[in-house]
Design a binder for this molecule. Structure first.
Ligand code: UDX
Length: 452
């Protein structure tokens, strides 16, 4: 009989995973504790912007005309526990308030709520990003709480999806990593997950089977490596600025070395979002608990280079508009609010951080973002907002390009030039074509590049 799947938590990770599992042909039940999310998803609507996800929901959510009917949502733990043979834990692990460590309370409570109702053999699969050691602790907790006791196995299967590419990354992962316990239970768990992921494996996704700690560490070390790569190129941008070099050319030349690779070498205002910043901090905190803090002291530098980028952009803007200690009387247009394009996520967004700093220093800031406006307004209600890039730049003394949406690359510098007070643009993502803007009479400046 085909396996039935539940997905606990329906954020970016869970909603995408649930829809992808239905796409692979499984009967799926998604569970969330937030009633509005369940209502929206049951109607085939996505609570966030994620390209392709809504279409996938429409294809599978029960009750939608023409759908496969394989995907349903609930808030009922007992129903989820009875339904699933495999339960994926997809709740978030945010940074603890005022601390580096990650907040495990959502994972703990999801696992405990589920375990209390598990009355038959099942596999619980953790996908959330957690501190190493969590899987061992959670396995013991499940054995203690589940009525089926030792018949419930745990596996750890970290998820590497990127926002904006969540559907693609889930259906065509670079690799599948599965951590299991030694012994017969672990072998069974691995066989079950190979069955669940038979399609991507058949299509060539490598399957790496390992123990719990290694599986947990693959995720945190992958994100640390990516963050390090970005901070490395941003450190080079600082040196380029001091020495008169061009970091974009430098990155291009470095990227031709296959050992280095071209990706994640885009210098600018740095990384943000719900993953990289909090994951490197949680990793440092956990290493400290394990007595291995020295191994990760370099991540402090990675974090501080990254945070410096935001302040540096504020300084470039200050210098550009000729402001002294404050931005009083200056109009600053900000293009982009999300932490990256093709997402509506503004968590730890470098763009909004820069906008907020300038606003706090007296600047009159107007923000426009193609998809992030509602979330930005909720988080930073005191900033000014406009409904289009053109409206945002009206009367501006300087335009800051802070999230590299394709819409901004296609803007017509001549039309925008007629709306601004001064034709001055600072490219915080090194993503615009300097020649196009300069040809239209703009002063174009970017981070880590020579001034024309
Ligand atoms: C990241 C990881 O890529 C993913 O594998 C993991 O599962 C979750 O965390 P995500 O947060 O969606 O995914 O975004 P990502 O595409 O990695 O970008 C993170 C941040 O780095 C963004 O703010 C982006 O603008 C910035 N970035 C990325 C750079 O500044 N330069 C680069 O070259 C690449």
């Amino acid at each position: 009989m085909a396996l039935k799947i539940t997905v606990i938590g329906t954020g970016y990770l869970g909603a995408t995973h649930a829809a992808a599992m239905a796409e692979l042909g499984f009967e799926v039940l998604g569970l969330d504790v937030v009633a509005e999310k369940i209502e929206m998803l049951s109607a085939g609507r996505v609570p966030m912007y994620e390209p392709g996800l809504e279409e996938l929901l429409h294809k599978h959510v029960a009750g939608i005309e023409g759908s496969s009917g394989r995907l349903r949502f609930t808030r009922d733990w007992a129903e989820a526990a009875d339904f699933g043979d495999v339960h994926f834990i997809c709740v978030n692990t945010p940074q603890k308030h005022g601390e580096y460590a990650c907040d495990m309370s959502y994972v703990d409570s999801a696992v405990e709520s589920l375990a209390r109702h598990l009355r038959r053999p099942a596999l619980v699969v953790g996908k959330s990003t957690v501190p190493v050691g969590s899987a061992d602790r959670l396995a013991a907790r499940i054995a203690e709480l589940a009525p089926a006791g030792g018949e419930v196995e745990l596996a750890w299967n970290p998820e590497f999806l990127r926002e904006g590419f969540a559907v693609h990354d889930t259906l065509h992962p670079d690799r599948l990593v599965v951590g299991v316990r030694a012994g017969a239970g672990g072998e069974r768990a691995e066989r079950t997950l190979r069955e669940v992921y038979a399609t991507p494996i058949a299509e060539g996704s490598p399957f790496v089977s390992t123990d719990f700690p290694t599986a947990e560490l693959v995720k945190t070390s992958a994100n640390s490596f990516l963050a390090t790569k970005i901070s490395f190129i941003n450190a080079m941008a600082e040196v380029c600025e001091a020495a008169g070099g061009d970091v974009v050319k430098l990155a291009e030349a470095l990227g031709h070395d296959e050992r280095i690779g071209k990706k994640f070498l885009r210098a600018g205002i740095g990384f943000g979002g719900g993953c990289l910043p909090k994951d490197i901090r949680a990793f440092m905190a956990r290493a400290g608990e394990l007595g291995a803090d020295q191994a990760l002291t370099f991540l402090r530098e990675v974090d501080s280079i990254n945070m410096r980028r935001r302040g540096h952009m504020v300084e470039l803007a200050r210098e550009a508009v000729g402001a002294d200690s404050s931005f009083l009387g200056k109009r600053v247009a900000v293009l982009g609010a999300t932490f990256k394009p093709d997402s509506d996520d503004v968590r730890d967004s470098p763009a909004l951080n820069v906008a907020g700093q300038i606003h706090l220093q007296g600047g009159q800031v107007t923000v426009y973002d193609p998809k992030g406006m509602a979330n930005a307004k909720r988080l930073f209600p005191t900033l000014g907002y406009a409904d289009s890039a053109l409206d945002a730049v009206r009367g501006a003394d300087v335009v800051l390009h802070l999230t590299e949406w394709s819409e901004f690359r296609e803007l017509d510098p001549t039309t925008l030039g007629e709306a601004v007070s001064r034709r001055l643009i600072l490219d915080g993502r090194n993503a615009l074509d300097p020649e196009r803007w300069r040809a239209a009479g703009w002063t174009y400046r970017a981070m880590g590049r020579p001034r024309a």
